[in-house]
Design a protein around this ligand. Structure first.
Ligand SMILES: Cc1ncc(C[n+]2csc(CCOP(=O)(O)OP(=O)(O)O)c2C)c(N)n1
Ligand SMILES: [Mg+2]
Length: 544
C-alpha cells in the first residue's frame, strides 16, 4: 500500500464515496490511486467549485474531500476553504506538490514561486484547523490521521500537501482511526447550566434558537427533545436555518431582527432570555444588527464557549450543554400566547396561479412553499437565500446555504456536491440568483455529465439586486444570458418562465423530471422586485 492508498482507505472508512477535484501533474499519482479505489472522482470545471461541491457534500455526509494540484489548483480553492472555516464544515483539501527534493532546492518549476514554495502552506494555515506538508514519508500516515481527527472533532477544514514521491511511498495498512472527544470542562459546564437555569426560572419568557453548529454536530434530535420537555418557544434564522424545526408547534417563525415579521421580533425581543445554540451573531443573521436584544437578554453558546452577561464558560461542547440542559431545565407548558409558525411563505396558505400575471418574488416563494417536499435538499444563494429564510420548509427537508461567509455561487456548487450525497429518490433543488449562478454556472455541465436530475431555478432579475438596493449603478448589471438555453450547450433541459401560468407548466414538468441531467427553470422578475425582508436588510446594510 502507498501513502495515497492509505489516505483513500481512511476516507472510505469514514463514509467518503466521492472526491471532487481536478488533476495536475503534481497530484497524478493520487488520482491514479483514486481510479484504482472504490472512491469515485467527480470532476468540476474549476477548483473553486470543487471546494463548494465538497463543502455541500460534507454538510450532508459529515466529511467532504477536494483534491487539487499544487499552486494554481490550490490557490483557486482558497475562497471555498475560507467559507468552510467560517461556517465550520469538515472539509479535507488534498494538494499535490513537487518532489521532496524540489522543496529543498526550490528549482524554477511550473506552478511554483521559487523561494516561496511554502506560500500555499502558509495561506492554508490561516484558513484551516490543520495544514501540513507531508515531506517526511515516515510521518505521512500519522499526519493524515491527525488531520482527519482535527477535521472531524472540530468541524473545520484541514489541508494536506503531499509531494509526488510521498504519494507513492509504501506504508502499512491503516488500523481503526482513534477519535478524540471534544475538550469538556465539567465545572465550566455546570456553571453555564446554572447560569441558564437561574435565568429560565427567574424570567417569564425564554426563547431557544438553534444555529449552524446544531446541524454540523447532528444535534437536531437533542434540540427537539429540549423543546418538547421545556415547552420553550423557538425560531429559525438566516444562517443555519432550522429546517428540522419549522413545522414544530413551538416554532414561532423566522427571526432576522428588523427583517422578521413583526409578531416574531416582538415576541423574541420581549423575552428575558434568548438562548442561542450554535448561532453566529453576525450582521446578516441579526438583520444588519437591527435585532433589539440587550447583552443581558442574550446567552450564546458557540465554538465550545457559553457567553452571557454574567459569565463566560469555556470548553463546553454544544452537545454536552444541550444534554445537561435537558436534564436540568424544568418541564414546562407551551406559551399559548406565542405566535405560531409565522413565515411569509407557507404551504398551508392557499395558492392559486393567475395565469397571465407576471412573476414576482413573493408569488415565486409562495409557490415554492407548495413545491418543496419532505426529502428534498434545497440549496440557495444570495437574494434567494434571504427570501428562502422566510419560506417555511416541510419536515424532512435539508437546507444548504452559506449565509455567513456569503460567497455567491457557493449554493450552486454545493447543490452539485449534494447530488452525490443524497439517497435514491431525494431531489436536489437549487434556488439561484442570476448573478450568483453566473459565478459557478459551468457546473450545470457537470450535472449533465454525471446525469444529476437536479432542478435549478434561476431568478433572472438582470443583475445584483441585493447590491442595487444598497447602492445602485451600472456596476450591478450583468451579462444578459438566456439561462434556459444553456442546456443546448451544456446538456439537460431548460424552461422559460415569465408568468404564473408559465411557472405552473414548468413545475408540472419539474414534478416528473428524472433526467437526463438537470432541469433549469429561468424565472423572470423585475430588477427592483424584492421582498419586505430583503428590502429591510438592504436598508440596514446601506447605513454600514
Ligand atoms: C464571491 C462574491 N463576490 C461578490 C459578492 C457581493 N455580492 C453580494 S450579493 C451580490 C449580488 C447577487 O446577485 P444575484 O445572485 O443575482 O441575487 P439578487 O441580489 O439579484 O437576488 C453580490 C455581487 C459576494 N457576496 N460574493
Ligand atoms: Mg439577480
Amino acid at each position: 500500500m502507498t501513502v495515497a492508498d492509505y489516505l483513500l482507505a481512511r476516507l472510505k472508512s469514514l463514509g467518503v464515496d466521492h472526491i471532487f477535484g481536478i488533476p495536475g501533474d503534481f497530484i497524478l499519482p493520487l488520482f491514479q490511486a483514486v481510479g484504482d479505489s472504490d472512491i469515485e472522482h467527480i470532476a468540476t470545471c474549476n477548483e473553486l467549485n470543487a471546494g463548494y461541491a465538497a463543502d455541500g457534500y460534507a454538510r450532508l455526509k459529515g466529511l467532504g474531500v477536494a483534491v487539487v494540484t499544487y499552486g494554481p489548483g490550490a490557490f483557486s480553492i482558497v475562497n471555498a476553504v475560507a467559507g468552510a472555516y467560517a461556517e465550520s464544515v469538515p472539509l479535507l483539501v488534498i494538494s499535490g506538490g513537487p518532489s521532496t527534493e524540489a522543496y529543498r532546492s526550490q528549482p524554477v518549476l511550473h506552478h511554483t514561486l521559487p523561494g516561496k514554495y511554502d506560500a500555499s502552506l502558509k495561506i492554508f494555515g490561516q484558513i484551516t484547523a490543520y495544514a501540513a506538508l507531508l515531506d517526511d514519508p515516515m510521518q505521512a500516515t500519522a499526519q493524515i490521521d491527525e488531520a482527519l481527527r482535527i477535521c472531524l472533532s472540530q468541524n473545520k477544514p484541514v489541508y494536506l500537501e503531499i509531494p509526488t514521491d510521498v504519494q507513492v511511498y509504501p506504508c502499512a495498512e491503516p488500523t481503526p482511526l482513534q477519535r478524540v472527544p471534544a475538550l469538556s470542562d465539567a465545572a465550566s459546564l455546570a456553571a453555564a447550566v446554572s447560569d441558564i437555569l437561574v435565568r429560565v426560572k427567574k424570567g417569564t419568557r425564554t426563547v431557544v434558537i438553534p444555529g449552524h453548529e446544531v446541524h454540523r454536530e447532528g444535534l437536531e434530535d437533542k434540540v427537539r427533545a429540549l423543546l418538547d420537555k421545556t415547552g420553550l418557544a423557538t425560531a429559525s434564522m438566516f444562517i443555519g436555518k432550522a429546517d428540522f424545526l419549522e413545522q414544530h408547534p413551538q416554532c414561532i417563525g423566522a427571526y432576522q431582527g428588523a427583517g422578521s415579521l413583526p409578531e416574531v421580533s416582538a415576541y423574541i425581543e420581549a423575552a428575558d432570555t434568548v438562548l442561542f445554540l450554535g448561532v453566529v451573531l453576525s450582521d446578516f443573521n441579526l438583520g444588519g444588527f437591527t435585532a433589539q436584544l440587550t447583552d443581558d437578554q442574550v446567552v450564546n453558546a458557540l465554538d465550545q464557549q457559553v457567553c452571557s452577561s454574567t459569565g463566560t464558560y469555556s470548553d463546553v461542547p454544544l452537545s454536552d450543554l444541550i444534554d445537561a440542559l435537558l436534564e436540568a431545565l424544568p418541564a414546562g407548558d407551551v406559551d399559548a400566547a406565542a405566535p405560531r409558525q409565522m413565515f411569509s411563505h407557507k404551504a398551508d396558505l392557499p395558492y392559486s396561479a393567475v395565469p397571465d400575471a407576471p412573476m414576482t418574488n413573493k408569488r415565486f416563494y409562495d409557490r415554492m412553499a407548495h413545491f418543496i417536499r419532505a426529502g428534498d435538499v434545497v440549496a440557495a444563494d444570495a437574494g434567494c437565500a434571504i427570501n428562502a429564510t422566510h419560506l417555511q420548509l416541510p419536515e424532512g427537508v435539508t437546507y444548504l446555504a452559506a449565509c455567513y461567509w456569503a460567497s455567491i455561487g457557493m449554493g450552486f456548487g454545493a447543490a452539485f456536491g449534494a447530488c452525490f450525497a443524497i439517497q435514491p429518490g431525494q431531489r436536489v433543488i437549487a434556488l439561484e440568483g442570476d448573478g450568483s449562478f453566473q459565478m459557478s454556472a459551468q457546473e450545470l455541465s457537470s450535472m449533465a455529465r454525471y446525469n444529476c436530475p437536479a432542478i435549478v431555478f434561476v431568478v433572472n432579475n438582470q443583475g445584483y439586486t441585493a447590491e442595487r438596493l444598497i447602492h445602485d449603478g451600472p456596476f450591478n448589471d450583468i451579462a444578459d444570458w438566456r439561462y434556459h438555453q444553456l442546456p443546448a450547450a451544456f446538456g439537460g433541459t431548460g424552461l422559460d418562465v415569465h408568468t404564473e401560468g408559465d411557472l405552473e407548466a414548468a413545475l408540472a414538468q419539474a414534478e416528473a423530471h428524472t433526467g437526463p441531467g438537470p432541469l433549469i427553470i429561468e424565472v423572470h422578475v423585475d430588477p427592483l422586485d424584492a421582498s419586505e425582508a430583503f428590502t429591510l436588510m438592504s436598508e440596514t446594510l446601506r447605513s454600514h
